[in-house]
Design a protein around this ligand. Structure first.
Ligand SMILES: NCc1[nH]cc(CCC(=O)O)c1CC(=O)O
Length: 312
């Protein structure tokens, strides 16, 4: 290996650079000095709703930089990655995820159930909007984009009564103080892979694949594989009203032997909140992707296709 530092490609937002610096620090501590390379993505240069810009808005430019050898490693928020496989890139590590739940940030510390009807709640995620509407609380959903600070600022300045964002983002930038409720997945299922990072490199960079593998957390990888298999099977993208969460849980067999299983829950919601289709199952950790695929098939049997793509 050359002695030049590993170049880690990342977006330039506070959230992105914080999470990428965490990976760089771990690599440096393990004897592989690393530095960040900031890459601007369509999601950074456009203020249009993400659902309009299309899939891969936060990730495509970083992957191009990786392919063009402008960086050696790419770090993405895993939930921003399209589900389409990229055979020339290796998912070299999926580090331990942080809390995957969505978080409510409201004025006056109100939790969801305390927000009066008519409260203005900011989110541009169809998944969050649909699940919020399905609660039947009479909340008014308002579009919300921009970096985390500006989103929180809209609550602080009174423009909105509350916003819903990924709790993981607030954890990473040290703003968990702002959270008024970590929303239980029974109330709102997070986006598939929320709170997880994707660490990619070129698939033919065998030595780097081996080095990055040290950052991998197999339980997080299994959970994310199951959640994203739901999304891929439903042929839904990162802006679809699809939520999923998987967790490795301990089970016990008849001989008293303790073993790990993967527990997966998923939901598809109508954007107007009129319907939410839910399903869940538990299966072997080694069969994470099949578990997700099977669960998606069940959701489709229950009528999910019409909710994922209302035109169909
Ligand atoms: N592009 C949005 C995005 N991508 C990843 C995160 C949060 C952190 C994560 O899920 O790892 C966010 C912000 C949000 O949803 O509030």
């Amino acid at each position: 290996m050359s002695v030049a530092p590993l170049r880690i490609g990342t977006r330039g937002s506070l959230l992105a650079t914080t999470q990428a610096q965490g990976i760089a620090d771990r690599l440096t501590a393990a004897g592989h000095p690393a530095e960040l390379v900031i890459i601007s993505t369509d999601g950074d240069t456009s203020t249009a709703p993400v659902a309009q810009i299309g899939v891969g808005v936060f990730t495509t430019a970083i992957r191009i930089a990786l392919r063009d050898n402008e960086c050696d490693v790419a770090i993405h928020s895993y939930k921003d990655l399209p589900t389409k496989p990229e055979p020339d890139l290796a998912m070299a590590a999926v580090p331990t995820r942080v809390d995957p739940r969505d978080a409510l940030v409201s004025r006056d510390g109100l939790v969801l159930g305390q927000l009066p009807p008519g409260s203005l709640v900011g989110t541009s995620s169809p998944r969050r909007a649909a699940q919020l509407r399905a609660l039947g609380l009479g909340l008014e959903i308002r579009p919300l984009r921009g970096n985390l600070d500006s989103r929180l600022g809209k609550v602080a300045n009174g423009e909105l009564d509350a916003v819903v964002v990924a709790r993981a983002g607030l954890v990473r930038i040290g703003r968990t103080d702002a959270v008024t409720e970590a929303i239980d997945p029974v109330v709102m299922l997070p986006a598939p892979a929320q709170g997880a990072l994707a660490v990619e490199c070129r698939a033919d960079d065998a030595e780097l694949v081996r080095i990055l593998a040290e950052l991998d957390d197999p339980s997080t990888r299994a959970a994310v594989d199951a959640e994203r298999a739901v999304l891929a099977t439903l042929e839904a993208g990162c802006t679809a009203p699809v939520g999923a969460i998987a967790e490795v849980v301990e089970s016990i067999n008849e001989d008293g032997h303790i073993f790990a299983e993967l527990s997966l829950r998923a939901a598809v919601a109508a954007e107007d909140g009129s319907e939410v289709i839910r399903a869940s199952r538990v299966g072997p950790v080694e069969r994470a992707a099949e578990l997700g695929k099977d669960l998606a098939a069940e959701l489709l049997e229950l009528g999910a296709a019409a909710l994922v793509d209302p035109e169909s």
